[in-house]
Design a protein around this ligand. Structure first.
Ligand code: DQA
Length: 142
């Protein structure tokens, strides 16, 4: 199974960004852990991070015919982006939405996700393990 992992805005700063909320793991570390688990589960992973909504949309469009599913942490765009939702729906690809923090235990505006109802599932609050759990969930469908 081929899986694209998409990281949204500001996640390039993981490790130094609000460590009390997002933890100490860097994006590179999260991606390495995913690659290692992907190897165990027979999945091939590719990764993309951008701070630009349009680039994320282009990446998602480009995934059609290339991957079987997407794991996405849309970051702040979770709560605002009709465009990202439309891009994911346009591809028809199955996707899992993940978040490091528990978005339901934070500010009111973070409780709304414009993507969640279109996702296979949503995993939040487990730090980097949210991504790993998302990968396990997709791999279990094989
Ligand atoms: C986040 C939660 C979002 O609300 C926030 O804007 C982020 C990261 C998370 O992984 O916990 O950038 O998606």
């Amino acid at each position: 199974m081929k899986i694209l992992v998409v990281h949204g805005p500001n996640l390039n700063l993981l490790g130094s960004r609000e460590p009390g909320v997002y933890g100490a793991a860097t994006l590179d570390l999260i991606n390495s852990s995913l690659s290692a688990l992907g190897g165990e589960l027979g999945c091939t992973l590719s990764f993309f991070q951008s701070n630009h909504e349009g680039e994320l949309v282009e990446c998602i469009h480009g995934a059609v015919g290339e991957v079987d599913a997407i794991i996405i942490n849309p970051a702040g765009l979770t709560h605002t982006s009709v465009v990202l939702r439309d891009a994911l729906l346009a591809t028809g690809l199955r996707f899992v939405e993940v978040h490091l923090s528990n978005i339901h235990a934070r500010e009111e505006f973070r409780r709304v996700s414009l993507l969640a109802d279109a996702a296979v599932g949503v995993i939040c609050g487990f730090g980097p393990s949210s991504y790993l759990l998302g990968l396990r969930a997709l791999a279990a469908e094989q």
